[in-house]
Design a protein around this ligand. Structure first.
Ligand SMILES: Nc1ccn([C@@H]2O[C@H](COP(=O)(O)O)[C@@H](O)[C@H]2O)c(=O)n1
Length: 328
């Protein structure tokens, strides 16, 4: 009734226009103090452009360990896919000790901001090769992997269910690109009931002999700093990603920034970097490299908010416009 009074038209229109404008641009999660951005304006422009293009133009490329999985929980490190294999079900005590020594030697090198990627590259190959050789010697059994995952305490980041389910509902392809162990990764997402049909995985897959014992790793070795080669070699096989020129990329390492190098003719790439460890030492390089940096954030709240904006704000906008028409 009140809306039939002519003078109320203008204020209502103004209020709705302001509300419309605010809801169009505002992603409150980006205002959290754990969110760092070098160029906020560019980030907003990119997100708007992706929203205008819609869900049909979008693909998501994500790293796995410490990106989709948590870095820590209750002060303890959450195991990576390699570390899930450190279980007496699968490997001996002696092998466990050797793997731990390797981890303590090479992980600090992997995240050392004072060393160049060129310097790290051969050392990463050395780490992965030594670990894979040890695992092969243990003849790890395929039929025990599910139990090892179940006992491992691995955890996907808070908000993982909305993340995976939304992408599946909207038929947005999710490419998980991991230097971890593919068979273990698959089991983690299966046990969390988010291994949906839109998920593709590039990773190090185990090759089992006819008795189900590990005998080798398949294909090109993927480590933290050669994802570009992996991306290029798999590009032709991932036909469902063609025609989706907008990419949301999630990673926790500077090496993850090359995961989208196989995407031909991309329009927009928005990169989100989780800065989990050695925060002060690495902050500057992360801010200079990723569009959005999430500092010690164990959730997927920011990626979820961006996805929600890109995939549903058009509907919201239409509802607001419809509501405006009905009122005026
Ligand atoms: N023996 C190893 C080798 C690597 N890692 C960690 O796993 C991460 C690789 O997986 P992404 O899904 O992140 O590509 C990497 O960052 C290494 O720190 C390990 O724990 N053990």
């Amino acid at each position: 009734m009140i809306y039939h009074i002519p003078w109320i038209h203008t204020p209502v229109r103004t209020v709705l226009a302001i509300w419309n404008q605010l809801t169009k641009t505002e992603i409150p999660e980006l205002a959290k103090c754990s969110v760092l951005m070098r160029e906020r304006g560019r980030v907003e422009e990119t997100i708007h452009s992706m929203q205008r293009a819609g869900a049909g133009s979008l693909q998501v490329i994500s790293d796995f360990d410490m990106t989709l999985t948590r870095f820590a929980h209750n002060g303890r490190r959450v195991p990576t896919t390699h570390n899930i294999l450190i279980n007496r079900l699968l490997i001996s005590e002696d092998c466990t000790q050797k793997l731990k020594v390797l981890l303590n030697t090479y992980y600090p090198i992997e995240i050392d901001p004072s060393r160049s990627v060129e310097e790290k590259l051969p050392l990463m190959v050395e780490w992965w090769t030594k670990v894979h050789e040890l695992l092969i010697q243990q003849r790890i059994r395929k039929d025990l992997l599910a139990q090892a995952v179940n006992e491992s305490g691995t955890m996907l980041r808070d908000g993982y269910k909305s993340f995976f389910d939304r992408l599946a509902e909207q038929q947005i392809p999710l490419l998980i690109f991991s230097a971890g162990v593919g068979d273990v990764l698959e089991e983690v997402i299966r046990q969390n009931q988010v291994f949906h049909p839109n998920v593709n995985i590039i990773s190090n897959y185990m090759d089992f002999d006819p008795t189900g014992a590990l005998q080798a790793f398949k294909g090109l070795l993927i480590h933290t700093f050669n994802k570009r080669e992996g991306a290029l070699s798999h590009a032709a096989g991932l036909k469902n990603l063609q025609g989706r020129p907008n990419v949301l990329l999630l990673g926790d390492s500077l090496g993850d920034l090359t995961m989208a190098d196989g995407v031909s003719e991309h329009q927009n790439i928005l990169t989100i970097g989780f800065l989990n460890d050695q925060v002060e030492e690495r902050k500057e390089s992360y801010i200079n490299s990723f569009d959005i940096v999430l500092v010690k954030d164990e959730t997927l709240d920011v990626p979820n908010a961006i996805l929600s904006y890109i995939t549903s704000s058009r509907d919201k906008k239409n509802i607001i416009m419809q509501y405006e028409d009905e009122l005026l």
